[in-house]
Design a protein around this ligand. Structure first.
Ligand code: CDP
Length: 206
């Protein structure tokens, strides 16, 4: 049986951590859909045409070690505004969502466009300043010398681009549970996500 959990939200809101934790807890497969856009962005940064890169994306691209850099994140958010790029990635995501045994997909448009019939939808967010601080701490602990104000400006610029694009903009689906992690610990945020999933599973069984 398939069971789909759609987790959307902006950068550094905690959706990656929450997605991994709930996938492990329930034994579901997990797809970080941002990686698809990052892999396309990385190939475009090397000179490829965006639509061709998206159409020929393969698992080797997703295993690249350089997908987490700020430059690739920016390239990803740019290619993500391209409608044909998004279309080229739909089928892979829907096939993943339909996996036997359950799947968690995290991204920006999972509950709205990719899996509008998902069994559970969460929209994970946090104040921009909190998200920038988390990202800044991540970059610093990875050995970089990041500047907080620059990181905050990048977080806000990416939000504006993700919310404002014409095709599949980032927004909370009407039936998504809102999870604001600004003042929650990771454990508290995970517990709320788990509770929402357990509730939906209970309803399905009953
Ligand atoms: O981890 P972080 O939130 O920083 O970014 P990501 O989830 O890896 O996504 C990188 C970029 O891909 C985002 O800024 C979005 O523009 C785009 N994206 C998207 O448009 N749709 C998705 N389902 C996932 C990511």
């Amino acid at each position: 049986m398939s069971f789909t959990v759609a987790i959307d939200g902006p950068a550094a809101a905690g959706k990656g951590t929450i997605s991994k934790a709930v996938a492990q807890r329930f034994g579901f497969a997990h797809l970080d859909t941002g990686l698809l856009y990052r892999a396309v962005g990385a190939r475009v940064a090397e000179g490829e045409e965006p639509v061709a890169a998206a159409q020929s994306l393969n698992t080797k691209d997703l295993a690249r070690q350089d997908l987490r850099t700020q430059a690739v994140a920016d390239a990803a958010s740019n290619v993500a505004t391209n409608q044909q790029v998004r279309e080229a990635l739909v089928e892979f995501q829907r096939d993943f969502a339909a996996k036997e045994g359950g799947a968690v997909l995290d991204g920006r448009d999972i509950g709205t466009v990719i899996c509008p019939d998902a069994d559970v939808k969460l929209f994970v967010t946090a104040r921009a300043e909190v998200r920038a601080k988390r990202r800044w701490e991540e970059l610093c602990s990875a050995g970089g010398d990041a500047d907080y104000d620059t990181v905050l400006a990048e977080v806000k610029a990416r939000d504006t681009r993700d919310e404002g694009r014409k095709d599949a903009p980032m927004r909370r689906a009407d039936d998504a549970v809102l999870l604001d992690t600004s003042d929650l610990t990771i454990e508290e945020a995970i517990a709320r996500a788990v509770a929402a999933i357990e509730q939906a599973r209970g309803q399905g069984a009953g």
